[in-house]
Design a protein around this ligand. Structure first.
Ligand SMILES: [Fe+2]
Length: 425
């Protein structure tokens, strides 16, 4: 096998600061868009963030049309609905306001309205054909209202393919927003559990990109067009991931329990973007790959502060519930990197023994989970040992990310990982 010898560093432009949502009209004009689809979800439709953005666009003379039907946890159908709206509307630009779901929906609407194709054409293999995006897309400005996904910096759009019960996505650097407008005013009203889950998503993005297989251990692509956005850890993504871990660890409790603390909230939002730049180029691995069936197989769990009638295991929660078990398993493949991650989290380890390092990083993660009141493992959100086979089957198609694990994980390994994730303390 010929090994990869190159890596790339791609990211969106970033504008950061309290109140910068007001500049979106000028930004869109600079990108030369005159008729814009504004994608958000129904809950945010009359939020200050959306109102500010709509009036800024209209003040700049832009014909802005609101589409407020993006779905939290999008599906192929909700993507298709947004795509149909985009095709009919003949837009020359997009603005997305919301969490990762709204931003991902706008990426899909932009892609399929610009380069129409069968829905599975650009979807990641083995589920879709994974055809590379043919060329540049229309300008997309992303305005996050949660501090977790980093979707404003990445070329990934995740959705549920309902008939296959599978979470999958589209990943290509051309999907990246032209600009991420990161405005701490937009995250002031995040409920506590939403803030905790998104902060732990940041933790996992950053530790996963730091511990992912190195870019030069991957097989070389058949041509540069097939070089994946998720390339494995590399010298540039390391810098962003490492800094993100430090910022997240220093601010998580304040940002979750005291959202009035502007400095802590701003730092978490910036940490989310830093982690996004890191994992947008390096990738994530097992905690994310295993999280998709965890979220997808929810039965009746409803976290505190979420609507009581809709069972959900939020993305950041489903990721972090797997993370300690994974770090115990992967430490042996790159003990120095796992030790580094633990120390960046504020838990320096005084050992060179790979097993002790794995346990140390797992315990550091568990301690942070406890500090922000996460449930104690998969059992606490409704799973039992009887679910493990199905969880494993749901992880196998997530090859795009699981293959970036520094230690390959086969079916038996995944089974043991899910068993280890059942209860932590
Ligand atoms: Fe994530």
């Amino acid at each position: 096998m010929a090994r990869e010898t190159a890596f790339t560093m791609d990211t969106s432009s970033i504008k950061f600061g309290a109140g910068v949502t007001r500049e979106v009209g000028q930004d869109m004009l600079r990108l030369d868009s005159k008729r814009v689809m504004v994608v958000t979800d129904p809950r945010l439709s009359s939020s200050p963030a959306v109102e500010t953005a709509m009036s800024a666009l209209r003040d700049a003379g832009i014909d802005a049309v609101l589409y407020d039907k993006s779905r939290v946890e999008p599906t192929d159908q909700s993507f298709r609905d947004a795509i149909d709206f985009a095709v009919e509307g003949r837009f020359d630009g997009f603005v997305a306001i919301g969490g990762g779901s709204a931003i991902d929906t706008a990426k899909a609407a932009n892609l399929y309205s610009t380069y129409p194709a069968d829905f599975l054409e650009y979807v990641n293999p083995p589920i879709g054909s994974g055809t590379p995006v043919p060329g540049p897309l229309k300008p997309l400005i992303a305005i996050p209202t949660t501090a977790g996904t980093g979707s404003e910096t990445t070329g990934t759009a995740i959705f549920d393919l309902v008939e296959m019960h599978a979470k999958t996505g589209i990943a290509h650097r051309a999907l990246r927003p032209s600009l991420g407008i990161i405005d701490p005013d937009n995250t002031r009203t995040m409920p506590q559990m939403v803030a905790a889950c998104s902060a732990l998503d940041v933790l996992s993005h950053a530790v996963e990109s730091l511990t992912a297989i190195s870019f030069d251990q991957r097989e070389a692509p058949q041509s540069p067009a097939y070089r994946p956005a998720y390339q494995g850890s590399n010298p540039i993504s390391d810098i962003w991931a490492a800094k993100a871990i430090e910022m997240m660890a220093a601010n998580i409790e304040e940002a979750v329990f005291n959202p009035e603390n502007d400095d802590a909230r701003s730092a978490m939002l910036l940490a989310a973007a830093y982690a996004g730049i890191g994992f947008g180029n390096a990738g994530v691995h097992l905690p994310h790959g295993m999280s998709y069936p965890v979220s997808g197989m929810v039965r009746d769990y409803v976290p505190e502060g979420y609507p009581p009638d809709k069972p959900i295991i939020p993305h950041g929660m489903s990721v972090i519930l797997n993370a300690p078990a994974v770090f115990r398993f992967t430490a042996i493949a790159s003990p120095e990197r796992h030790k580094w991650a633990s120390s960046l989290l504020g838990y320096p380890l005084d050992t060179d023994d790979p097993e002790e390092i794995g346990e140390g990083l797992a315990q550091a993660t568990i301690d942070i989970m406890k500090r922000v009141q996460m449930p104690n493992g998969l059992k606490a959100v409704g799973f039992t040992e009887a679910d493990v086979d199905e969880l494993v089957q749901g992880t196998l198609p997530q090859e795009r990310v699981t293959k970036l694990s520094p230690r390959p994980a086969g079916e038996d390994d995944l089974r043991n990982l899910f068993l280890d994730a059942m209860t932590y303390w």
